[in-house]
Ligand binder design. Structure first.
Ligand code: IPM
Ligand code: MG
Length: 354
């Protein structure tokens, strides 16, 4: 019997609809070739939801997502909804509400350098060659969800963690490291932050449960530096929410462009969410020039992790690599003088390689 999967599509704002449409075009080809069936539902999130409903996401969206097999998200946010008024809704609240509502506590951001793009990065090719890092970012705790308040001329945000939150993230990350090169960097700021010392103690406990994995503690400022100095020293990086947000944008440049980096958010609730790590890129939205690769690679992660369609996932990854090797470039990854493709033409090249 043909396997069938239902995917909730949350295209969101800015370039979101363009990259999601590109990924769906790829999926349409993949499902025929690998003989499974996809159906889509749509949900309203981000700035569009604020415009239409006055809320950062439609009511009951997490519950609707839970009835699906996976969630595909484009991007949220844009200058139209940027405000410093704490009383106004923000598009990002929709994304954060989804992550929390679906209990997506681990965000996987694989950072692999593409041989074809080695010369296109702002970092020297010999530094980034062979980079293969998995950033595992805690996604439902920390300063993103702690109590925060603005009182007159004063504001605060709270970085709060519990043992249980640290343990489940670190156990997950150690599990991944065991299946990779067996090295895990636990990144914190334990020289300053109490929540980091709680985190570090949890890392030691998780390491004791996984003796085959080597644990190295690293301070987050040093990690930011080491990622550029010698990125090949890393296998798995496990870190809390805000540190992971910042480090993964930095690490993206090892691949040549943030437009190349996919992500999967997994958790306790069963349904996982897939999205590129980049934002809504309002400066190029609607022009058909955004790089679709991060979203196409995100659906490859979906095929693998949510549907166990491993061969299909690998085929998509190989097709992206082949298109790049064949010189296909959107503006963000083109070196001077290289011809630049539109989103649609780039997607065509990936599909041709499939
Ligand atoms: C990301 C983004 C989000 C985050 C924003 C849009 C809230 O930067 O997914 O990395 O900070 O988590
Ligand atoms: Mg980010």
């Amino acid at each position: 019997m043909t396997a069938a999967y239902r995917v909730m599509v949350l295209s969101g704002d800015g370039v979101g609809p363009e990259i999601v449409a590109a990924a769906q075009r790829v999926l349409a080809v993949v499902q025929r070739r690998f003989d499974f069936a996809l159906t889509y539902e749509e949900g309203l999130i981000g700035g569009r939801a604020i415009d239409e409903l006055g809320l950062p996401m439609e009511d009951g969206l997490a519950a609707r997502c839970r009835t699906c097999d996976a969630v595909l998200l484009g991007a949220v946010g844009g200058p139209k909804w940027d405000t410093t008024d704490p009383a106004k809704p923000r598009p990002e609240q929709g994304l954060l509400g989804m992550r929390k509502g679906l209990e997506l506590f681990a965000n996987l951001r694989p950072v692999k350098s593409f041989a074809a793009l080695a010369a296109n990065s702002t970092i020297k090719p010999e530094v980034i060659a062979g980079v293969d890092i998995m950033v595992v970012r805690e996604l439902t705790g920390g300063v993103y969800f702690g109590k925060s308040e603005r009182i007159g001329d004063t504001a605060y945000d709270t970085m709060l963690y519990t043992d249980a939150e640290c343990d489940r993230l670190l156990d997950y990350a150690f599990g991944l490291a065991a299946a990779r090169r067996g090295l895990l960097h636990s990144v914190d700021k334990a020289n300053v932050l109490e929540s980091s010392r709680l985190w570090r103690a949890a890392a030691l406990r998780a390491a004791a449960r996984r003796p085959a994995v080597e644990l190295r503690h690293m301070l987050v400022d040093n990690c930011a530096m080491q990622l550029i100095r010698e990125p090949r020293q890393f296998d798995v990086i496990a870190t809390e929410n805000l540190f992971g947000d910042i480090l993964s944008d930095e690490a993206a440049m090892l691949t040549g462009s943030i437009g190349m980096l996919p992500s999967a958010s997994v958790g306790a609730g069963g349904v996982s969410l897939y999205e590129p790590i980049h934002g809504s890129a309002p400066d190029i939205a609607g022009r058909g020039v955004v790089n679709p690769c991060a979203t196409i690679l995100s659906v490859a992660m979906m095929l693998d992790l949510s549907f166990a369609q491993t061969a299909a996932a690998r085929a998509v990854e190989v097709a992206v690599e082949a298109a790049l090797a064949d010189g296909a470039r959107t503006a963000d990854i083109a070196a001077a003088g290289e011809p630049v493709l539109t989103t649609e033409a780039m997607t065509d090249r990936v599909i041709a390689a499939l």
